[in-house]
Design a protein around this ligand. Structure first.
Ligand SMILES: [Ca+2]
Ligand SMILES: [Ca+2]
Length: 259
C-alpha cells in the first residue's frame, strides 16, 4: 500500500516535471497573458486592410493604415482569433498564446463575397518557403475537359475573357495571400495545386492553408499535410468536378497534377 502511494507520487511529480518542462518551466505561460500581432490584407488585391476588427480572448482592436494589429493582455492558452470588416467574409484561426510572449504573424487575408457561382481560392502560408505558387488547371470549354489553360504567375488569366479565371494576386515574399478566382465556371473538371517554387523549407512545414469561398461562404479549408517526402514539391489540393462539387485530394506529391 505504502509502496503504491510512493509510486503514484513519483508518477505525479514526473508528469508535473514534463508538463512544466515543455513550457520551459514557466508557470505564467499558462496562467498569464500574452499578445498576438499580425497583418490583415485584402485577399484579392493583397493590399493592407485598415479598419478591420481583430478579436481574441475578449480583447479587441482595429488594424491601422498599414493593416497591422496587436492584441495585448490576451489570456494564455489556445485562442480563436477573428478578423472581420464590413464588405468582407470574416476569417478566424486558432493560435497558442503564451504568457509574457508575443505570438507574431497571425495574419489574415479577407475576401469580399464573390458573385453567385464564382469560386475564390485563397492560399496563405508561413515565413518559409518564401514563394509558394497557386496553379489552377482550366478545361478548354464546357464541351471539352482537356487542359486549355493553366492559371499561375506565368499565365495570369483573365476575369472577362477565356479562361475566365485569374490570378488576382501573387505573392513571392512569404505568408501570402496568393489568390485565384474562377469568374465563370465551365462544366468540366478543374484541378488546383500549390507548387513549392522557391525558398528553403518544404511544403509540410510551410503552414500553408487553402480556403475556398463561393458567394459569402467559406466552403472548404485545407491544411497542408505535415509529412514531407524529399523532392515532393507539389501539394495537390482539390478538384472541382463538372457538376461544381469539390473532391478533396490534399496530398504532397513528386509531380504536378495534369487535367
Ligand atoms: Ca507565389
Ligand atoms: Ca508576402
Amino acid at each position: 500500500m505504502k509502496r503504491r502511494t510512493t509510486i503514484k507520487l513519483l508518477l505525479f511529480v514526473t508528469l508535473l516535471f514534463f508538463a512544466t518542462g515543455q513550457l520551459g518551466g514557466c508557470l505564467s505561460c499558462v496562467t498569464g497573458t500574452g499578445s498576438i500581432s499580425g497583418t490583415v490584407k485584402n485577399a484579392v488585391t493583397g493590399d493592407a486592410l485598415s479598419g478591420a476588427t481583430v478579436k481574441a480572448g475578449g480583447i479587441q482592436t482595429t488594424t491601422g493604415s498599414n493593416g497591422t494589429y496587436k492584441l495585448e493582455n490576451v489570456p494564455a492558452g489556445t485562442q480563436t482569433v477573428t478578423a472581420s470588416k464590413t464588405g468582407y467574409i470574416t476569417d478566424s484561426k486558432q493560435v497558442l498564446v503564451v504568457g509574457d510572449q508575443e505570438t507574431t504573424n497571425v495574419n489574415f487575408a479577407l475576401s469580399p463575397p464573390t458573385a453567385a457561382g464564382q469560386i475564390r481560392i485563397v492560399l496563405t502560408w508561413g515565413e518559409n518557403p518564401e514563394d509558394l505558387d497557386s496553379h489552377l488547371l482550366v478545361p478548354t470549354s464546357d464541351n471539352n475537359g482537356d487542359l486549355g489553360y493553366e492559371v499561375y504567375f506565368g499565365e495570369e488569366g483573365s476575369d472577362t475573357a477565356y479562361p475566365f479565371a485569374k490570378l488576382d494576386t501573387d505573392d513571392t515574399t512569404s505568408y501570402g495571400p496568393e489568390t485565384v478566382t474562377i469568374y465563370q465556371r465551365y462544366t468540366q473538371k478543374y484541378k488546383y495545386f500549390v507548387h513549392h517554387w522557391y525558398g528553403t523549407g518544404d511544403l509540410a512545414h510551410s503552414g500553408a492553408v487553402v480556403k475556398v469561398y463561393s458567394g459569402a461562404s467559406l466552403i472548404k479549408t485545407y491544411n497542408v499535410p505535415t509529412t514531407q517526402t524529399a523532392n515532393h514539391f507539389y501539394w495537390y489540393v482539390f478538384d472541382i468536378n463538372s457538376d461544381g462539387s469539390i473532391t478533396d485530394r490534399n496530398v504532397i506529391q513528386a509531380s504536378a497534377p495534369t487535367l
